[in-house]
Design a protein around this ligand. Sequence first.
Ligand code: GAL
Length: 221
Amino acid sequence: MWILDGRTATCVGPGSEGRCCNVFFEDGKPFDLSILVLDDEYPLVIKTSPNFPEFGSCFKRERGNGGETAPDPCTSHLLSILWQVPYKLPVSLSVGSCVIIKGTPVDSSVNEPQLQVDFYTEMNEESEIAFHLRVHLGRRVVMNSREFGIWMLEENLHYVPFEDGKPFDLRIYVCRNEYEVKVNGEYIYAFVHRIPPSYVKMIQVCRDVSLDSVLVSNGWR
Ligand code: GAL
């Protein structure tokens, strides 16, 4: 059972509960809600805005609870559409939020593959960027901010714990003074805030990755 209260969607079932945040329902505005049935989870997809048409989050379903529906053969195709890059997610961040990006770098046939994550202060790509993370796979990680349209002081890291074709779990924790970046559970960098995280309105993930999910958890502490 899913319970939606305007800001959060909560999945409730005997012995299991999942929650996703940033569900931007607005009074009087139309929405489109779909629940996919997968082998062992129910991804929830909510479309509330034509510019940001999708929000998805997966929760494990308790086996044997609710029937064993056969997986839909179109599901993986649907999910690949759902998480297409460039992927945009409207967000509201505060200390204690964590942005969780899961995916896989595309195979190395792409010349110098990259992964890019930007925290924009408006819903458009011309706005300021509070945090820019650009991973040049196998080479370096560049972090920066863009203020008044100008790239500021670049911070470089030459440790790149992403591997071609191997899934990654990238987490950006919003701490009081910095964004703490972890890859596959390993701390890699702290980027001190230049623009308050509360100004961030949209996250975009792009370049040479296939995404499994992008979500914001507001309760890691
Ligand atoms: C530039 C690049 C931008 C951004 C910036 C970071 O050279 O074109 O996309 O990565 O560096 O400092």
